[in-house]
Ligand binder design. Structure first.
Ligand code: NDP
Ligand code: MG
Length: 385
C-alpha cells in the first residue's frame, strides 16, 4: 500500500489524483491532503479519504476547518503546516500539485526527508532546478514527472537515457494558435481560458495560451533530463496525441502517445515502474485520423523565446521570469492588463535584472520577491508599454 500526500488536493491535478486513488483503493492510501483556502472541498476529501493530516495554507481558515473536521485528523495551517503535511513520517510519496512557487518549499523539504516525488508543480524546477536535483541525488530521491510532456520523455528514455540527441516537447498551441497578432491583443480572459484540448487550473491555462507554459517546460526538461537548452526543441502539435518525443543519435525518434487526459501521467507517476489498467477512453488512431506538426511562431508567442533567453542567462533569470509571470498572469485574470501585456511585463522585469548566483532556497525567494515587486511597480507606473 503506497501512502500518498497530495499537495494541492483541491486543484485540477489534485482532484484527478484522488480519482485514481478512489479507483485503486487496494494499492493507494492518502496520508495527507493540503489546500490554499478551499476548506469546503478539503473537508469533503478528508471525510472520504481519512488522511492522518490535512493542512490549509490560509491561516484565517484554520478555526473553521478545525471545527468541521473529525477530531482524529490532524489539522495544520500556514506554510509550516503544508511543509509538515509534506514531510510526515507515514508518507511514501508526495504528489506535488500546488500551483506556482508556493509549491517549492514543501517539495524541497519532502525531498530532504527522502520522500519519493511525483512532480506536477513545474515552478519548483523552473526556480530551483539545480538545488532540487542536487538534493534529490543526495537523498537518493526519485523525481517522477507528472507534466504530460515530461512523463512522455521519461517513458521514452526508459530503455536508453544515454544516447539522446534531442528532446522534442509537443505543444497544442493553445486557443490562439490560428489567431493573428491583432486578434491576440484583443483576447479576453474567457478567450484565453478556453483551451482546445486540456481542462486545467487557470494559471497554467493562461500560460498555455501565451506559450509561457512551454517555456517553463523547456526549463523543467533541462533539469529533469540533464540536457542543455539547444537540445530541447518545441513542436506545435494541435491534436495533443503525441505527448513528446526523444530523438536518439542514430536519428530514431521515440514518441509516447495517448488521449489528452492527465490521469495517465499521474497514474504512471504513482505506479512507476509498473503499469496498471486505466478505466475510461483509450486512444483510437483511426478516429484521430491526422497528426500534424508546426513550428512555434515567436512573433505571435514571444514568451516561449523569453524562457529560452532566461535559461541562457542563468538560474536567477529563470526565477525572475517565473515570479514576474505569476504576477502578470494574475493581473490579466483580474482584468487589469491586456493579454499581450503579460509578455511586455515579464520582458521589462527581465531587462532590469542583473544575473546572480543562486545557491540556496533563500536566494530563490529573495530573487522571486525582487521580481514580484519590480513587476508590481511596473504595473503601477505602466512603464512597460
Ligand atoms: P489549480 O489552480 O487547479 O490548483 C492549485 C492547487 O494549489 C489547489 O489545491 C490550491 O488550493 C493550491 N494552492 C494554491 N495556492 C497555494 C498556496 N499559496 N499554498 C498552498 N496551496 C496553494 O492548479 P493545477 O492543478 O492546474 O496545477 C497545479 C500544478 O501542476 C501547477 O504547477 C501546474 O503547472 C502543474 N500542471 C498542471 C496540469 C493540469 O492539467 N492542470 C498539467 C501539468 C502540470 P485552493 O483550491 O484552496 O486554492
Ligand atoms: Mg505540460
Amino acid at each position: 500500500m503506497l501512502k500518498i500526500a497530495v499537495l494541492g488536493s483541491t486543484g485540477s491535478i489534485g482532484k484527478q489524483t484522488l480519482d485514481i486513488v478512489r479507483n485503486n483503493q487496494n494499492h493507494f492510501k492518502i496520508s495527507a491532503l493540503t489546500a490554499n483556502s478551499n476548506i469546503q472541498l478539503l473537508c469533503e476529501q478528508a471525510k472520504e479519504f481519512k488522511p492522518e493530516t490535512i493542512a490549509i495554507a490560509d491561516i484565517s481558515k484554520y478555526r473553521q476547518l478545525k471545527r468541521t473536521i473529525d477530531s482524529d485528523i490532524r489539522v495544520l495551517s500556514g506554510v509550516e503546516g503544508i511543509i509538515e503535511a509534506a514531510t510526515q513520517d507515514s508518507t511514501d510519496l508526495v504528489l506535488s500539485a500546488i500551483v506556482g512557487i508556493a509549491g517549492l518549499e514543501p517539495t524541497y523539504n519532502a525531498i530532504k526527508k527522502g520522500k519519493r516525488i511525483a512532480l506536477a508543480n513545474k515552478e519548483t524546477l523552473v526556480t530551483a532546478g539545480s538545488i532540487i536535483m542536487t538534493e534529490a541525488a543526495k537523498h537518493n530521491v526519485q523525481i517522477i514527472p507528472v507534466d504530460s510532456e515530461h512523463s512522455a520523455v521519461f517513458q521514452c528514455i526508459q530503455n536508453d537515457g544515454n544516447n539522446i540527441d534531442k528532446i522534442i516537447l509537443t505543444a497544442s498551441g493553445g486557443p490562439f494558435r490560428t489567431k493573428t497578432y491583432d486578434e491576440i491583443t484583443k483576447a479576453t480572459v474567457a478567450d484565453a481560458l478556453n483551451h482546445p484540448n486540456w481542462c486545467m487550473g487557470k494559471k497554467i491555462t493562461i500560460d498555455s495560451a501565451t506559450l509561457m507554459n512551454k517555456g517553463l517546460e523547456v526549463i523543467e526538461a533541462k533539469w529533469l533530463f540533464g540536457v542543455s537548452s539547444d537540445k530541447i526543441e518545441v513542436c506545435i502539435h494541435p491534436q495533443s496525441i503525441i505527448h513528446s518525443m526523444v530523438e536518439y543519435v542514430d536519428g530514431s525518434i521515440i514518441a509516447q502517445l495517448g488521449i489528452p487526459d492527465m490521469r495517465l501521467p499521474i497514474q504512471y507517476a504513482l505506479t512507476y515502474p509498473h503499469r496498471t489498467k486505466v478505466t475510461g477512453t483509450k486512444l483510437k488512431l483511426s478516429e484521430v485520423k491526422k497528426l500534424t506538426f508546426e513550428k512555434p511562431d515567436n512573433k505571435r508567442f514571444p514568451c516561449l523565446k523569453l524562457a529560452y533567453d532566461a535559461l541562457q542567462q542563468g538560474e536567477s533569470a529563470c526565477v525572475v521570469l517565473n515570479g514576474a509571470n505569476e504576477i502578470a498572469v494574475n493581473s490579466f485574470l483580474q482584468r487589469k492588463i491586456k493579454f499581450t501585456d503579460i509578455y511586455r511585463l515579464v520582458y521589462s522585469v527581465l531587462e532590469d535584472h542583473n544575473s546572480m548566483v543562486v545557491s540556496s532556497i533563500n536566494d530563490v525567494f529573495l530573487i522571486d520577491d525582487w521580481s514580484r515587486n519590480a513587476c508590481k511597480e511596473l504595473l503601477k507606473k505602466g512603464g512597460y508599454n
